[in-house]
Design a binder for this molecule. Structure first.
Ligand code: AHR
Length: 553
């Protein structure tokens, strides 16, 4: 399935739009560049930041569910009814709004009925990921024991305080099974045979699952459909599905990367039956993985990837540049969606995002599609969350791929070992934005220039997002420069700063990461920030993610 990225189209690099350049030199002294400015406009509210853009993704893939989330009730690993306790305790700190399950590609191979009923009676099945990817799944993850199914997933969501987002199988199950899964989850106590089955498992009251993905990557592993074919299936699967007492929000499968034809063709087909057909879509999925570190030399999915931990500064900038394309994708697909849905009823669901490196860095040897997040991925994640914050009217849901033991993971775990990655710390920092009013924030900073195969390339120097929560202003930003800090004045138009604290995530080595043995190599530190001229003056360290929490007078 992965081969489909061979068809990935490249879009124009994201806009940098910055005034002047600073030279990249890995040996440059830590002298801050000056002249940077951040202007926050209190009277320019862009919208409300949905907590759902701080969502997660847990696929039944290698060590994500089994070993990551689920350890089993009899495990020596501390657990809440089989669910890893340390994971739950950490997740409570980040206010996880939604969690997507069971895939990903796995979803279109999954029969939800295999994962309900008494655990000792559940069937063992071949996992979607058993043989299809390189390297194949380790023997321990090839066969799915179905110990973690709908009940356990909903229980996990309840423990962490998030909402379930279930991804339904459109490729290999009939529409009726989708209908029945909704019935199992949402039909009132005592009303249906499936509600009785749910009650027998200890869940008398309905789960009231609101978010349902209707297939995943339906252009590829989710059925190899054309956009028109998928649109027809989408309409058939979602028509007249009762929600019981829950309003169902369906998320349609979006394009392969930035393929704008898919978006246009899908919506064109949907509205062929009438303009109001868009009302049956809550979200339209965009997936964005940054993976190509070849600097334009190849589009080959295997050859184009780079190493997660051993990289040069140029790879740092290149992965950020690739990741930053998500902003132009959001804007472009939103515009196309608007041609068919002028009221913009349908929101974008970036329900898979993150960097994707080649195998080799996994902490648990043999785990498939697992990588070790470094400070680079923290900066990547801060940059991406800032992008979502800046488009609150467009992005309704976003899920980082994936929560644990996978790509851009917040946590890594194996048996009784556990650590929070730098990405996990970014989510903890950025949780402060949830539910806030997104404000226009203009960043002006010297551009970074770096050597790209003998030619000079550039990247923006400082960027972020701001949100207002009563009298508290939250400003987050990343300084992507590998070697130079930036001194910036934060000007607040419409209020005066009274007090400010800064939380800073950085390290002296851009490759820094946490491991089971060194859990705290990269952790955020909090300090006071200087109030100056009614705003805040701050020194943004090189290669950092910074949150300023500013109390307004
Ligand atoms: O996150 C891993 C895989 O990437 C997902 O299963 C799929 O949707 C995507 O291609």
């Amino acid at each position: 399935m992965i081969k489909r990225r061979d068809f990935l189209r490249t879009a124009a690099a994201a806009t940098a739009g910055l005034a002047f350049a600073r030279r990249f030199s890995p040996l440059a002294s830590a002298q801050s560049s000056s002249g940077a400015q951040i202007e926050i406009l209190l009277d320019e509210v862009l919208g409300t930041i949905s907590p759902n853009i701080y969502g997660h993704f847990t696929e039944n893939l290698s060590g994500v569910i089994y070993d990551g989330v689920w350890v089993g009730e009899d495990s020596k690993v501390r657990n809440y009814g089989g669910i890893r306790k340390e994971l739950v305790d950490e997740m409570r700190k980040i206010k996880p709004a939604v969690v997507r399950f069971p895939g990903g590609c796995f979803a279109d191979s999954y029969d939800w009925r295999d994962g309900i009923g008494p655990r000792n009676k559940r069937p063992r099945r071949t996992n979607f990921w058993a043989f299809g990817d390189k390297p194949p799944a380790p023997a321990s993850h090839r066969y799915d024991p179905n110990q973690f199914g709908t009940n356990e997933f909903v229980q996990f969501c309840r423990l962490i305080g998030g909402q379930p987002y279930l991804a339904a199988n459109l490729r290999s199950l009939p529409a009726e099974e989708f209908y029945r899964w909704v019935e199992y989850c949402n039909s009132p106590a005592g009303s249906t045979t499936l509600a009785d089955e749910r009650a027998a498992a200890g869940f008398k009251d309905p789960f009231n699952v609101r978010y349902w993905g209707v297939g995943n990557e339906s252009w590829g592993c989710g059925g190899n459909f054309t956009a028109q074919e998928y649109a027809v299936e989408y309409r058939r699967f979602t028509t007249w599905v009762p929600g019981y007492n829950t309003e169902l929000s369906f998320i349609a499968s979006g394009p392969d990367g930035d393929n704008r034809d898919w978006t246009r063709d899908f919506f064109e087909e949907v509205v062929r039956k009438g303009k109001d057909q868009v009302r049956g879509i809550y979200g339209f999925a965009l997936h964005h993985y940054a993976w190509n570190l070849s600097r334009g030399k190849t589009q080959d999915w295997e050859k184009g990837k780079g190493d997660a931990v051993n990289f040069d500064p140029v790879d740092w900038y290149e992965i950020l540049r690739e990741g930053d394309r998500v902003e132009s994708m959001i804007v472009a697909h939103w515009q196309i969606m608007g041609e068919f849905d002028p009221d913009h009823h349908v929101k974008i669901a970036v329900d898979e995002w993150g960097p994707w490196y080649k195998p080799g860095s996994e902490l648990t040897k043999g785990d498939q599609i697992e990588q070790l997040p470094t400070l680079r991925d923290a900066v990547f994640s801060g940059m991406t969350l800032d992008t979502f914050n800046r488009h609150p009217e467009k992005v309704g849901i976003a899920c980082c791929a994936q929560l644990i033991n996978c790509l851009n993971s917040l946590y890594l775990a194996h048996e009784d070992q556990f650590c929070v990655t730098p990405v996990g710390h970014v989510f903890a920092m950025y949780a402060a934005h949830q539910g806030g009013k997104s404000l226009r924030a203009n960043f002006t900073a010297p551009e970074i220039s770096y050597d790209r195969d003998g030619k000079s390339a550039s990247f923006w120097g400082l960027k972020g997002s701001a949100s207002l929560h009563d009298k508290t202003l939250v400003l987050t930003s990343v300084n992507p420069d590998v070697s130079q800090p930036v001194e910036a004045q934060v000007a607040i138009h419409g209020a005066q700063a009274k007090l400010a604290t800064a939380t800073v995530l950085t390290a002296s080595d851009i490759h820094a990461h946490n491991t089971f043995e060194q859990r705290d190599a990269v952790v955020p530190k909090t300090q006071n920030a200087e109030i100056r001229r009614g705003g805040v003056n701050f020194h943004f360290p090189a290669a950092s993610v910074v949150k300023l929490e500013i109390q307004l007078a």
